[in-house]
Structures are given as structure tokens and as C-alpha cells.
Design a protein. Structure first.
Length: 112
């Protein structure tokens, strides 16, 4: 694993519930933390296999695996968001690469 690949700063947001002024439960996203990531766009065959159409920006975020991150992802598999360069990404899937516990790939779709 080449550490220089992880040169992009991303921020994870965890979905939680809160109450508003009218005592109604609302869904809000709070910052979980900032991480360094390697970012790759989905190309060609991967894009067609994913069945995406239109103006969606599907991106792969590769981050280093850690115990706290593993626990977070097991509890909130796809109920978190990523922010990168001011764009919010909805997480579609998060998977441990080759089950080696070194890196995690998060597939996310940007809001255009």
C-alpha cells in the first residue's frame, strides 16, 4: 500500500435523528471525522454494470481500514455521506478490499 495515494481529504457524515422546535423527529447528518482517501471514478464497463444513467457522478473512495471505522461501517453500512470538495456523496456500498483489513472501498454517488 502506497501512502502517497491517499492524498485527498474527505469528511464522513453519520445519519442521526434529532428533534426540532416542534418536537418532531428529523434526520440530520453530523460529522464523524475527516480522513485521507484515494479517489477513483468508475469507468466504462463498471459504469454500465452499475446500471447508472443520467448525470450521476459515481466515485470510489478508498480509505485505510481501522477498528473504529470498521465498527462505524458495520452499524451504518449505507446510512452515511461523504463530502469532498464541497460536493455531498450518498454512499451506495462500503466493502473491505479483498478481506485483507487494509483498505475499504466506498462506492458513492455525487449529487449534481
Amino acid at each position: 500500500m502506497n501512502p502517497s495515494r491517499f492524498r485527498h481529504r474527505i469528511e464522513l457524515f453519520q445519519r442521526t435523528t434529532s428533534t426540532d422546535n416542534l418536537l418532531q423527529e428529523i434526520e440530520v447528518y453530523v460529522s464523524y471525522g475527516k480522513l485521507w482517501a484515494d479517489i477513483k471514478t468508475i469507468r466504462g464497463q463498471q459504469y454500465l454494470e452499475a446500471g447508472h444513467e443520467g448525470q450521476n457522478k459515481t466515485t470510489r473512495f478508498i480509505i485505510r481500514e481501522s477498528k473504529t471505522l470498521e465498527q462505524f461501517m458495520q452499524s451504518d453500512k449505507t446510512s452515511f455521506e461523504i463530502e469532498f470538495k464541497g460536493v455531498r456523496y450518498d454512499v451506495r456500498d462500503a466493502m473491505n478490499d479483498d478481506e485483507l483489513n487494509k483498505t475499504v472501498t466506498i462506492v458513492a454517488e455525487g449529487r449534481v
